[in-house]
Design a protein. Sequence first.
Length: 233
Amino acid sequence: MSIVELKNVSRVYRNGDHEQRALDHVDLSLEEGKFIVILGPSGAGKSTLLNLLGGLDSPTEGTIIVNGKDISTLTENELADYRAETVGFVFQSYNLIPTLTVIENVALVKEIAINPLSSHDMLREVGLADHIHQFPSELSGGEQQRVSIARALAKNPQILLCDEPTGALDSETGVMVLKLLLSMARDMKKTIIIVTHNQNIAKMADVVIRVKNGKIKSCEEQEKPLTVEEVDW
Ligand SMILES: Nc1ncnc2c1ncn2[C@@H]1O[C@H](COP(=O)(O)OP(=O)(O)OP(=O)(O)O)[C@@H](O)[C@H]1O
């Protein structure tokens, strides 16, 4: 079943007389529970696409259907509900609050989530049960990113949107984070959408989307994606 459907979606930024078509008449259909990687050169429109899927921005034209609901025409308040209920975000910079402990950082989402999961359970899920009372500065980069994944999961979203989630990590730690994200798709049926410049991550994907000049150049299903161990990092 398709969880995301874009029909004729464009996003145009206007700056005085200049018009930047960040997304240009995009059609796309994504299935639930897949590990999806979006590749493309700088300025191609990847973040714009992620922002639209995340309800952080709205299209200039076209419709975006998520879970059968058109999110392209929602009001600001309705978009806030959509974000709280349906999507979790993981960014390259972990965006943790330095003065809160690990568990407090994760528990914060309870304030906005409609149907949150236990912060303890999610931290156990990402292998950080023994670190819950530490501050972010006392953790490694990979551990901090796992806290941000636990925080995204605690919202209990169906879709995890990840913008260069391993961009700030060394390859060994990055592999650990990718393993975790992959298990979220395989074991928890989350739809994982990762924007990256790293072609290697695409080798693990169920679906690889290539974006260029605001258009989808290709959207390919991989019958036999490699396991994390099979990829030559
Ligand atoms: N808020 C904005 N105002 C004006 N132009 C924008 C805005 N956001 C993005 N753009 C432009 O839209 C185009 C697509 O940008 P986008 O950030 O989606 O690309 P990207 O593929 O994510 O690039 P990168 O890999 O460098 O992050 C670029 O030309 C960018 O300059």
